[in-house]
Design a protein around this ligand. Structure first.
Ligand SMILES: Cc1ncc(COP(=O)(O)O)c(C=O)c1O
Length: 392
């Protein structure tokens, strides 16, 4: 397929970019001896798993369905964590998992007999809350006041730890190694006396390891030093975003341009259906005009990026086709007006965005394409009416 003729809206994931990310993660593993899992919640594109499974140790799953996907389509170790599990889901999950992390002593006690009768070893651990917050957005801060995520130190009083083998914390979000260092210090300050009772430690996700300014050396030093302090204790990381960071784009076509004080370009990409984090987080995606786009995750030299409103001659609001009045991606400016038929490319849409799409208003889901390392575009999936109706 030729880039400027692909059906839109479409996610296009770039295999070469995934390879680059996973090579960085593999180097962290080699230097520290840690395990790295793919957090499926961030990236579940089965067609890309072939590129990841050889260099990652498995997956972390947040539900029965992710655990099943991990076991059937990815392989390696399957770790599970959820704020709470239902008994039927847990029963079904048992044959699929190697590790499970509980969010309360009550759930551990409830499911311990099932784990012990599972017929294969399942390592059980607890998610802890070190009460150390460096998150800028409360929505993504597991250590925010009254958070339900992770067990605070005071809740350990009087609880038996026999049968449990590890501790897990997940407190970071798109952060660098300095935040991990301070978070780990908080973990050791609160839970340090308990750590020797366990045989593994999971540092969660949120490590932006593949971002250009990420301090990989510092991460490796933190892991190596932690392991040295704790008798070589195995450490696991479970990044999602870092695996798929900057590996895919969402391509849109302008359907119409209406005017209400400023021009408003209505795209075939809906913010609420296809990029809900733009509204939820919220954030402003980077976007460029698609004429010279070659299918890759990296913008072509000279691509015209949308500027701040007023920065270039023509300011335009980019918006979606749904009924939601606030289905707006943001106000951008370009050197010339947008016209129906023009293409736009939104950057860095492979992680979270793809897994969070929905069919509100009956709006079709974006197609999914994979760009092979030789530049060929392969259509992985095109959606239609059945995908809308079969869910409801
Ligand atoms: C328990 C847990 N592990 C791993 C992750 C993956 O985080 P990220 O995609 O930011 O690396 C998350 C994300 O919410 C999480 O909740």
């Amino acid at each position: 397929m030729i880039p400027h003729t692909i059906p839109t809206p479409a996610f296009v994931v770039d295999a070469a970019a995934l390879d680059r990310n996973v090579a960085i993660l593999a180097r962290v593993k080699a230097r520290t001896g840690c395990k790295i899992l793919l957090a499926l919640k961030a990236f579940s594109m089965v067609a890309a798993f072939d590129r990841l499974r050889a260099r990652l140790d498995g997956v972390c799953a947040s539900s029965l369905h992710e655990a099943r996907l991990g076991r059937e389509a990815f392989g390696g170790e399957v770790h599970a964590f959820a704020a709470a599990f239902s008994e039927p889901d847990f029963q079904e999950m048992l044959p699929l998992i190697d590790h499970v992390t509980f969010n309360s002593f009550r759930q551990w006690r409830q499911f311990r007999p099932l784990i012990e009768a599972a017929g294969h070893p399942i390592a059980a651990g607890l998610r802890i809350n070190p009460e150390h917050s460096e998150g800028h957005t409360a929505l993504y801060d597991p250590c925010a006041p009254r958070s339900r995520l992770g067990i605070r130190r005071e809740a350990f009083e009087g609880e038996a730890l026999d049968g449990l083998t590890g501790l897990h914390f997940h407190c970071l979000c798109e952060q660098n190694a300095d935040v991990l260092e301070r978070t780990l210090a908080a973990v050791e300050a609160r839970f340090g006396d308990l750590i020797p009772r366990f045989t593994w430690m999971n540092f969660g996700g949120g490590h932006h390891i593949t971002r250009a300014d990420y301090d990989v050396d510092r991460l490796c030093r933190i892991i190596t030093d932690f392991r040295a302090r704790h008798a070589g204790m195995p450490v696991t990381l479970e990044p999602g975003e870092a695996v798929a960071l900057n590996t895919g784009v969402l391509v849109a076509t302008v359907l119409d341009v209406v005017v209400n004080e400023i021009p408003i370009a209505i795209l075939d990409v809906s913010c609420t259906c296809h990029m809900p984090d733009v509204l939820e987080m919220p954030y402003r995606p980077r976007v460029y005009r698609g004429e010279a786009w070659d299918g890759s995750a990296v913008a072509p030299a000279g691509a015209e990026f949308g500027g701040e409103p007023g920065e270039k001659s023509f300011t335009v609001r980019l918006a979606g086709p749904s009924c939601l009045a606030g289905d707006c991606i943001g106000d951008y400016s370009f050197a010339s007006p947008l016209r129906p038929g023009d293409r736009l490319v939104f950057e860095d849409m492979a992680h979270y965005t793809m897994v969070k799409t929905n069919t509100f208003n009956g709006i079709n889901l974006p197609s999914i394409l994979l760009r092979q390392p030789d530049g060929t575009l392969t259509l992985v999936r095109r959606f239609g009416y059945d995908d809308f109706t079969s869910r409801l």
